[in-house]
Ligand binder design. Structure first.
Ligand code: HT7
Ligand code: ZN
Length: 869
């Protein structure tokens, strides 16, 4: 297959002003009539070529006249009409089969309802159209269906007409006044309950809010509704952005390839990211619902009103919108805790991507299937780039740049260059060097070397950066890297300093490292400092520092930058685990670490949510990315050993903490209450590393007494770590209690996939034949197969290679009907070069088997073949 390249971008040959769609909904044979008002774009004589995939043609007419069969050509991918006027109306009719559509893009059925997913290129599975984001048109949509089976008929914009028809049918007409690309089109039809509310915007307009869910589930949408209203308010206050239609709707669907979709005025959500009550959803679910509701809502301005010129610009909407949702969540739940969680996610998902064969630019320059580029690099690293822009320019200038962007580009499809130009224009700064963040793949390594001159009371700080080669980019250039820093004396007191060339003493500075190596001089430094560098994780880099462990202990106890206080604990734990994994355990260091953690846990000033994060050690996969070559079994053993030492050393303290945090009274979903539950569960999880009866009993008691899903899952996860009969009994009880709740049963599958026991793969294999396992449902498939491959490194990387074979089998099976979901699971095999050669060879063999399979989708082929390069 031929790749699509950014450099080949050409403006569309034809533009569409108006779209009229008429849907006659039938599960197996839906008729779609389309009337497009088209005009030639510029002077040329090109034919009209419209995308359309596997559509059953019924008729084609121009300006009311049916076309003779030799006047047009239809292939499985398009419709071409050789000769068309400069301006005309094209009418087509096609038949599609939503029930048979298991790829879940285009129009499909989920739980007996019609549902659409058009981003990125799903609209072409509904009707013929120039399916590209730079063709913006006004839509009117008429939907007709059986009234009893499909009582609600929804599409984008405002409902302009509806009514009953003969034969038990009914119709609705929706009009969207805002021109939009076809990827934002949506249609939903079926039986749904409604949760209704409203919001008064900053200019005093009333917007009706509706959330549609499975019958009987409306109360579970209350938290999503509350999140939506807070998002609307926040976007007005923070970015001056007001909602534009009179109606905003969200629909929950169970079969969905992704988290959610920002269709104009009609967001569609994976039900796992919308429905919550304390009994069935964990605090993590609540957090994700709040963040994703905000994300999709914020797209209304960053994505919908201003959209992407082409799919290479995906980060223009996604990176920016993730930045906006992260800022919102920080304001809702506490900036530091949120920042730590975001950085953990970046390290877990994006750093491995950037370190392997699938590494790519934040703004890629070629692809086979755009679906494969909905990655952590586009989303999370894309958000980090925006964050750095804000750090470099300052909050006020950043807001001015955003205001200019909204003013200049509203109603258009644009590029990342045009976005950055807005910031250059308002600040007068040359941001051309900054643009390299979009074009250079790979995680830079930032080396920090500090030399203190006690006599001169001066600190020389040498910062150097280097980025390892990534596929297609052997040579890397230095990037402008904002480094926020401060100094502490060895008693933990803040030290002031004067940066060379400045007069006023300061306690914090942001320097922009834009060369490969730079030495900075700080004067007036009263005593030997511990350097707190990259505060708040001011750039997405990996820090390598020669600072002694004693400096990290100072930071762990006293760094006023709480991100770096947490980071110091992570660094200490990482060094201890990797030393043990390499066969050089530092027993004294481990004891010292346990004592320091004990003191940190006793700190009355620290928030419980922060302490919970302190207690969770770097994950096995984080550790694998930084060890070369990685030995997952050794990493697991070393990590468990440190956890066991902490559990034993801090046993009484952890049990007291666990007991003291027991919840009394009503459940609250607030960040504070969630933080207390997180700390209690983190204490229990650590105790599980010491599986003595006292701790097993505690976990059993915790599970049995749980009054909410966070505690139930905390108990179940701790029992899973300890294994044996108590875990099996808890699993059975959990299943019996929740078997009617699909979202809870997803958790039941996932917790088993993470089991560290020797027979974990056998259990997972067994679960693929469980009556509740359904590979056609992406949530269920990911819960079992995805969790095993990405969340159970020690068992997935079993030396037999059975884990790899299992994953390849699953990818190939699902690829037959849902290539997008299958392709998302290639990544765990992609890092084969980073593992012990014996493991790497086995992983590679499975990738080769996948690539050699006949009839493979483009999606899986692209990722598996790139992984082999
Ligand atoms: N913009 C949305 C992306 C999305 C998607 C992409 C490919 C296939 C299915 C999909 N569903 C949603 C989601 C977002 O980032 O907000
Ligand atoms: Zn998005």
């Amino acid at each position: 297959p031929q790749p699509i390249r950014l450099s080949d971008y050409r403006p569309p040959a034809f533009l569409v002003d108006e779209v009229h769609l008429d849907f006659q909904l039938e599960p197996n044979a839906t008729r779609v009539r389309s009337r497009l008002t088209l005009r030639r774009n510029g002077e040329h004589a090109e034919p009209l070529r419209l995308d359309g995939v596997r559509l059953k043609p019924v008729s084609v007419a121009i300006d009311g006249r049916p076309l003779a069969e030799d006047a047009y050509a239809i292939t499985p991918e398009d419709l071409t009409i050789a000769s068309v006027p400069d301006a005309f109306v094209l009418e087509t009719e096609v038949e599609i089969d939503p029930e048979g559509n298991k790829a879940l893009e285009g129009l499909y059925m989920s739980g007996g309802r019609f549902c659409s997913q058009c981003e990125a290129e799903g609209f072409r599975k509904i009707t013929w159209f120039p399916d590209r984001p730079d063709v913006l048109a006004r839509y009117t949509v008429r939907i007709e269906a059986d009234q009893a089976a499909f009582p609600r008929l929804l599409s984008n914009g405002n409902l302009t007409q509806s009514g009953a028809l003969a034969g038990g049918r009914h119709f609705a007409i929706w009009t969207d006044p805002f021109p939009k690309p076809c990827y934002l089109f949506a249609l939903v039809a079926g039986e749904l309950d409604e949760l209704a509310d409203s919001f008064v915007t900053m200019s005093g307009r009333q917007v009706e809010l509706r959330i549609y869910v499975d019958p009987g589930m409306a109360q579970r949408a209350l938290y999503a509704m509350d999140s939506l209203k807070r998002s609307m308010k926040w976007d007005e206050e923070t970015f001056g952005r007001e909602y534009d239609l009179d109606l905003f709707m969200i629909v929950a669907v169970r079969d969905f390839n992704f988290g959610a979709m920002e269709n104009k005025g009609l967001n569609v959500f994976n039900s796992s990211l919308l429905l919550a009550d304390p009994e069935t959803a964990t605090d993590f679910d609540y957090e994700r619902i709040e963040g994703v509701v905000a994300h999709e809502y914020f797209h209304n301005w960053t994505g919908n009103r201003i959209t992407c010129r082409d799919w290479f610009q995906l980060c223009l909407k996604e990176g920016l919108t993730v930045f906006r949702d992260q800022s919102f969540s920080g304001d809702m739940r506490g900036a530091v805790v949120q920042r730590i969680k975001d950085v953990k996610a970046l390290r877990a998902r994006q750093f491995p991507e950037d370190a392997g064969p699938l590494a790519h630019q934040v703004r890629p320059s070629s692809y086979l299937k755009i679906d494969n580029f909905y990655t952590a690099t586009i989303y999370e690293k894309g958000a980090e780039v925006i964050r750095m822009l804000k750090t470099i320019l300052g909050a006020e200038m950043f807001r001015k740049g955003m205001d200019l962007y909204f003013e200049r580009w509203d109603g258009h499809a644009t590029t990342v260059e045009a976005f950055i130009q807005c910031f250059a224009d308002v600040s007068g700064k040359d941001l051309s060097a900054f643009f390299a963040w979009y074009e250079q793949a790979g995680t830079p390594k930032l080396e920090v070397d500090a030399a203190y001159d006690a006599e001169a009371k001066a600190l020389e700080l040498t910062l150097s950066q280097a980025t390892a080669p990534t596929p297609g980019q052997p040579d890397k250039q230095p990037l402008p890297l904002p480094v926020a820093l401060g100094l502490l004396d060895l008693d933990g007191e803040v030290l002031s300093f004067r940066q060379e060339g400045t007069l006023a003493p300061a306690t914090e500075a942001v320097v922009v490292l834009d060369q490969a190596r730079q030495t900075l001089r700080f004067e007036g430094v009263a005593s030997e400092p511990a350097v707190s560098v990259l505060r708040g994780f001011s750039a997405p880099v990996r820090v390598v520092s020669a600072a002694p462990a004693k400096h990290r202990y100072v930071q762990l106890a006293a760094d006023p930058d709480l991100f770096n206080r947490w980071e110091a604990g992570q660094d200490l734990a990482r060094d201890l685990i990797l030393a043990r994994a390499a066969g050089e355990p530092d027993e004294v260091g481990e004891e010292r670490f346990a004592e320091a953690m004990g003191r940190a846990l006793n700190d009355q000033a620290a928030e419980p949510a922060f302490k919970a994060l302190l207690l969770s050690l770097p994950s096995e996969s984080d550790l694998a990315v930084i060890s070369a070559p990685a030995d997952p079994a050794a990493i697991r053993e070393a990590r468990e050993s440190l956890r066991a030492r902490l559990a034993i050393h801090l046993g009484d303290q952890l049990r007291r903490l666990h007991g003291g945090l027991q919840e009394a009274g009503e459940f609250s979903a607030s960040a504070e209450a969630a933080g207390r539950r997180a700390l209690r569960n983190a204490a229990l999880e650590l105790l599980a590393a010491d599986p003595r009866a006292i701790n097993v009993d505690r976990a059993v008691g915790h599970f049995q007494a749980a009054g909410n899903m966070t505690d139930a899952m905390g108990g179940l996860a701790a029992l899973m770590l300890m294994g044996g009969e108590p875990f099996e009994q808890a699993l059975t009880a959990f299943y019996e209690r929740w078997k009617a709740e699909p979202l809870v049963i997803d958790k039941w599958f996932a917790v088993q996939a993470r089991s560290p026991s020797e027979d974990a793969l056998g259990r997972v294999l067994g679960l693929t034949t469980h009556p509740d396992f359904d590979a056609k449902n992406p949530n269920r498939f990911r819960a079992l197969v995805g969790t095993f491959a990405a969340g159970n490194p020690a068992r997935f990387h079993d030396p037999s290679g059975d884990g790899y074979r299992f994953l390849a089998d699953q990818i190939l099976a699902v690829d037959g009907f849902n290539p997008m979901t299958a392709a998302r699971l290639v990544e765990p095999l992609g890092g084969w070069r980073r593992y012990r050669p014996e493991l790497g060879a086995l992983m590679r063999a499975q990738l080769e088997r996948i690539v050699a399979t006949e009839g493979l989708s483009k999606n899986v082929f692209e990722l598996a073949s790139r992984a082999l390069e």
